[in-house]
Ligand binder design. Structure first.
Ligand code: PHE
Ligand code: NA
Length: 446
């Protein structure tokens, strides 16, 4: 009946896996540059509001479906739909999730490759004594070198798919749990150092004094997409993990702490990065390179900077590794559901995602001006449309399924809070989350 990976051995294992999926590039790389591109505090405020009103309730909905279905996402959805007497077509939502994670993983691997490059360069001492302007030039030189980028992207895909193929991500999650506190500590140290820089005051004002006039539909769309992305919600990836959740655990309690941690990591990273931006007179709207040009500058000011920069990128790599394993899971689980062996399924997924990832690699050199939609090159396209459109649409359908379609007693049992908790969650999803996603999506597409 349950054709995929091992079952989580304990409640802690489940929480570790969800934390591993959530904390990643979204917090440390994507959050700061999206905040920078969307004008600062207004984006941050919306993002937090969306995490609370959408991200968290829909995250619960998604895991709940997996937990009640105990199969791959497609099969869980089909099975529960049948049980509810609803259309079996609900299972296509699982395939929509597969498409979403496919494109997300294709760029996620490329950017994680940038971390590998920076890990090596830091350990080499390349950044020691490098002038701030030179750090930016160094990053651009790397982007212009598709061969080096392909090498790192390949390495990262191999790392990810070998763990997925072996179905041993549990070990990695335990390692992560052991080492992530050090990443958080480094971020706290960086944020502490940031308070001593000239740019700190400006950064704080810029991050925390929302100018409501800066709120626009596109800022709303971006903030909503990011709230889903950072919590790993909307692509049936957590649904695949929910299938292995033990029976005797309250779902909201398990994931509430993950969301708090996820936001905290993003905020620390934002404070550290924007203090450097304003101290050095850099452009907050610099884009996807923001982290890679600010952090070497920040670490250079600390004693033993090169070493700690290396440690930082190593830990970031671990964090992205567990996220990419989660991104791969719905694809591999679906292929397994179609009868492929796990190893073979992982190989197919790995090769296909790797190949599409090359389009992102070349988006920084020969294909920079190849526009796929509007003025977006491939990298621009895959870093926005799957996140800002597919995740919210997937999340919306997940929410509708869990709060309106699923048989109430099945859903209540899978939530694990008892009837009163279930009623509050269901009301929140029905009357707040669903209308909110619809409202933002409709005004966005308008
Ligand atoms: N949440 C991950 C991050 O913040 C990215 C992710 C998105 C993982 C969707 C799984 C599914 O980096
Ligand atoms: Na995240």
């Amino acid at each position: 009946m349950n054709e995929t990976l091992e079952r989580w051995s304990s409640r802690r294992a489940f929480i570790l896996a969800v934390t591993g999926a959530a904390v990643g590039l979204g917090n440390i790389w994507r959050f700061p540059y999206m905040t920078g591109e969307n004008g600062g505090a207004a984006f941050l405020l919306l993002y937090v509001v969306f995490v609370v009103l959408l991200g968290l309730p829909v995250m619960i909905a998604e895991i709940l479906i997996g937990r009640a279905g105990r199969r791959s996402p497609m099969r869980s959805l089909g099975h529960l739909a049948r049980q509810a007497g609803a259309s079996p077509h609900w299972r296509w939502l699982g395939l929509f999730g597969v498409i979403t994670v496919f494109f997300i993983l294709s760029f996620y691997s490329v950017v994680s490759g940038w971390s590998i490059e920076y890990l090596v360069e830091s350990v080499n001492g390349d950044f020691a004594g490098m002038a701030p302007q030179a750090v930016g030039a160094n990053f651009n030189a790397f982007l212009a070198d598709p061969l080096r980028m392909t090498f790192n992207h390949t390495l990262f895909m191999l790392l990810t798919m070998s763990v997925v193929a072996a179905g041993i991500s549990g070990g990695l999650e335990k390692l992560n749990n052991l080492l992530m506190p050090l990443l958080y500590l480094l971020l706290i140290v960086l944020a502490g150092y940031a308070t001593t820089t000239d740019g700190f005051g400006t950064a704080m004002a810029w991050l925390f004094t929302p100018d409501l006039a800066a709120l626009s539909v596109s800022v709303m769309l971006n903030a909503m997409g990011h709230a889903f992305f950072t919590l790993a919600v909307g692509a049936c990836a957590l649904m695949a993990y929910g299938a292995y959740m033990p029976d005797d655990q309250s779902l909201p309690r398990a994931v509430g702490a993950v969301a708090v941690l996820d936001v905290a990591v993003a905020l620390l990273s934002g404070i550290a990065i924007f203090s450097v931006v304003f101290s050095q007179g850099l452009d907050p709207g610099e884009g996807p390179g923001l982290m890679f040009v600010t952090l070497p500058i920040a670490f250079a000011e600390l004693p033993g900077g090169s070493l700690w920069l290396g440690v930082f990128f190593l830990l970031l790599l671990l964090a992205t590794w567990t996220s990419s394993i989660n991104l791969a899971e719905p694809m591999v689980a679906t292929l397994q559901g179609w009868g492929l062996k796990r190893g073979r399924a992982a190989a197919c997924v790995g090769v296909a995602v790797w190949a599409v990832g090359l389009l992102s690699v070349f988006s920084f050199s020969s294909m920079a001006e190849v526009h796929w939609l509007g003025d977006m090159n491939f990298f621009d396209l895959v870093t926005t449309v799957p996140t800002d459109l597919f995740l919210p649409i997937g999340g919306l359908l997940i929410a509708i399924f869990a709060a309106w379609v699923m048989p109430r007693d099945t859903a209540e049992l899978a939530l694990g809070t008892g009837p009163a908790g279930f009623r509050s969650w269901q009301r929140l999803v029905r009357f707040v989350s669903i209308p909110l996603v619809v409202g933002v999506l409709v005004s966005g597409i308008w």
